[in-house]
Design a protein around this ligand. Structure first.
Ligand code: ZN
Length: 243
């Protein structure tokens, strides 16, 4: 079985549609690791596309902040401004949909969570973070998003040595039986690893092999829409540089 794994769409409809076009026909199923909305100009459309394409999604911190007031203080001022704007765009039906998304799950033996196992809104960006995270789940493989950086951590079973390695476009990785992995699928709608192209992963469950993909999309159209909707300049500028 081939699974398309996406994350951090962030209301970027152009990026989402472009990624889905590439995945269609090539995978049996698509899963999303959260943050369907936030930052970008098309929150309703992105929720509709995820639902219409039967993409199973877990909940991200931005999704959650749309219905949970207690979370809003944890965001920086720019993200908060975008969340308040996003809320104004979402009717009750969309909020109910986001509220029903689970925070964590295990599918086909793979753990999936937005941030970190047991801590859905925490970040795993360092070897120290990964060390704590590897203790918090039992499966060999955990897919995450949240940092918008496409990379992976590997831990040899019975060892304490963890390696942190980037994932680049077209890179293939065969998962080894004697290792455990935390794999960050990167972001569809707001990459921050210096590559402004959308990120997604295709994982073959029987071969235990993944391929990383970076997909160019029409960034200028999204930037124009964000300008017109009055979203903060830094948020649309960063799409162009992937930072
Ligand atoms: Zn995000």
């Amino acid at each position: 079985m081939r699974i398309g794994i996406i994350s951090d769409i962030h209301s970027n409809m152009e990026a989402l549609n472009t990624v889905l076009e590439g995945l269609r026909g090539d995978v049996d199923e698509i899963i999303c690791l959260g943050d369907i909305i936030g930052y970008g100009p098309n929150p309703r459309e992105c929720c509709d596309i995820v639902r219409d394409n039967k993409i199973y999604s877990i909940c991200g911190n931005h999704d959650s902040a749309c219905y949970d007031d207690s979370l809003i203080d944890y965001f920086n001022p720019l993200a908060r401004e975008a969340i308040i704007w996003t809320r104004s765009q979402l009717t009750q039906d969309y909020l109910d949909y986001l509220r029903r998304l689970p925070f964590e799950d295990v599918l086909y033996g793979l753990r999936i969570v937005h941030g970190a196992p047991g801590e859905p809104f925490e970040y795993i960006t360092t070897i120290q973070d990964a060390r704590a995270a590897f203790i918090s789940f039992d499966e060999d493989v955990c897919f995450i998003g949240h940092s918008h950086i496409m990379e992976y951590f590997e831990l040899k079973k019975g060892s304490v040595i963890i390696r942190q390695l980037p994932l680049r476009n077209k890179q293939e990785l065969s998962l080894e039986e004697d290792k455990r992995y935390i794999i960050n699928t990167g972001s569809v709608g707001q990459p921050r690893d210096g590559d402004p192209r959308s990120a997604c992963i295709i994982y073959d469950t029987s071969e235990k092999r993944l391929t990383a993909h970076r997909v160019p999309y029409k960034i200028d159209i999204v930037q124009k829409k964000m300008q017109l909707k009055g979203l903060p300049q830094i948020l649309w500028e960063r799409l162009g540089v992937g930072r």
